[in-house]
Design a protein around this ligand. Structure first.
Ligand code: ATP
Ligand code: MG
Length: 411
């Protein structure tokens, strides 16, 4: 029902976009759209009043547009489009020329005028074009829930005719909210936390800690890398900081009281992550903690990690149930990656009992048994930066989207 097209109109949610922020927001969105459309052969992403217009070298079908744009945060909805001269006769011709032969169960025309000087009002445009389409096709008009929505958007120098309306992922364009460092374990939670801050417009630097030289740290590192590849599709910075802390963990185990070990590993991670994040110009850390999910995620436990950081720690999952997090992990494609075998560094040298409601004073005392600054420095000295290739995951994503569309088509 949707014709192939070289153009797509892209709409963003306008809340919070008043005044001076707007051009900044639009530029960021246009850049991100252009980057995602690169594999489709993008020629231009134009900023028109209140919307963007993307142009490709060749016509593409709805599935290709959807695969490329469904991961661009900041898009409220988009639609395959055609340009017409800003004049009723030309608009009618463009609409009629692109009606596909297969019949629509119902349709409606939806007109909007960014340019209020256009001689016809929106309802008049809708009536006139509705009649023309009906005469041509015999399709019934249905104002609510039409099978095909044909849009006419009158902007200043032209009109845009759109077919269908595809929902975008919402949120804000990656890049408008500043940089954060994500503590990415490889578990189910932290990838979802990363996704949620990307969705709010953050640029995200992923940071992973592993137990090298002990245990299956290679598996853990690979798992984190795969997750970054998947999240790079949504705009995560495609390099991973991998920090070995096995020796430092052992040092903590030898010296500090057993019940505080995990908290001290955490404080070590937070400090090292903060350093790496600040070096890239970041302003906050992000974790996948959710209140009460496990013994260490009590208010007291959160306060004990918070105490080690000089920057805000964002916890986007704080109010989510495990099942909600799992569902989200499935839908963004990271759940399956979290199953890649590897040893989590927190389970390495895990004591039998952990303190669940630690008092800050006791935590600091426990920490005083080791030279924490030196441990952090040693860990950072061995940190590596691993480049990941977002193109692979984008390709996989495209294929997935295509096979989903194909399945829908069969059914
Ligand atoms: P996840 O599923 O994200 O591992 P979790 O429920 O298992 O979370 P914890 O293991 O207690 O919770 O970890 C809490 C948070 O601390 C994680 O969400 C993550 O942000 C951070 N974290 C834990 N281990 C690591 C690690 N090895 N590298 C980086 N960050 C980590
Ligand atoms: Mg974990």
């Amino acid at each position: 029902m949707i014709p192939t097209s070289r153009h797509a109109v892209i709409h963003y949610a306008e809340i919070g976009l008043k005044g001076r922020n707007r051009p900044f927001f639009e530029r960021a969105l246009a850049d991100n759209v252009a980057r995602h459309l690169e594999p489709l052969g993008v020629e231009k992403v134009e900023r028109l009043p209140g919307r963007l217009l993307a142009r490709l070298a060749q016509r593409r079908d709805e599935a290709a547009w959807t695969a490329a744009l469904s991961t661009v945060f900041g898009i409220a909805y988009f639609a395959p489009a055609f340009e017409a001269e800003r004049e009723m006769e030309a608009i009618r011709e463009v609409v009629l020329a692109h009606l596909v032969p297969e019949p629509a169960e119902s349709f409606r025309i939806r007109a909007s005028r960014a340019d209020k000087s256009f001689p016809l009002l929106s309802p008049e445009i809708e009536r006139e074009l509705g009649t023309a389409v009906q005469e041509r096709t015999g399709w019934p008009v249905q104002l609510e829930g039409a099978a095909l929505e044909i849009g006419v958007e009158v902007v200043y120098d032209r009109a845009l005719v759109t077919f269908g309306r595809i929902r975008g992922p919402g949120g804000l364009p990656v890049g408008v909210s500043g940089r954060v460092g994500l503590l990415l374990s490889g578990g189910i939670d932290s990838p979802v936390a990363g996704y949620l801050v990307l969705k709010r417009g953050c640029t995200v630097t992923p940071i992973h800690f592993h137990s090298r030289p002990f245990g299956n740290w290679r598996g853990a590192e690979k798992r984190a890398r795969k997750i970054v590849e998947a999240l790079a599709t949504y705009g995560m910075t495609p390099h991973l900081h991998a920090v070995p802390i096995g020796r430092q963990q052992r040092e903590i185990t030898v010296r500090a009281p057993a019940g505080f070990r995990v908290l001290l590993y955490r404080r070590l991670m937070v400090r090292a992550a903060e350093h790496l994040m600040l070096r890239e110009g970041g302003k906050a850390l992000v974790t996948g903690e959710s209140l009460g999910q496990v013994a260490s995620q009590t208010l007291e436990g959160l306060a004990a990690t918070e105490d080690a950081a000089a920057v805000p720690i964002l916890r986007p999952l704080i109010g989510m149930d495990k099942q909600e997090i799992v569902d989200q992990a499935h839908s963004i494609g990271t759940f399956i990656l979290s199953q890649i075998p590897g040893d989590d560094c927190c389970s390495f040298l895990m004591p039998r009992n952990v303190v669940t409601r630690p008092r800050l004073k006791a935590v600091r005392q426990a920490e005083a048994t080791v030279d924490m600054d030196a441990l952090v420095d040693e860990a950072l000295a061995r940190a590596s930066r691993i480049e990941v290739d977002p193109a692979t995951s984008r390709l996989e994503h495209d294929v997935n989207a295509r096979s989903r569309t194909a399945r829908r088509g069969e059914g």
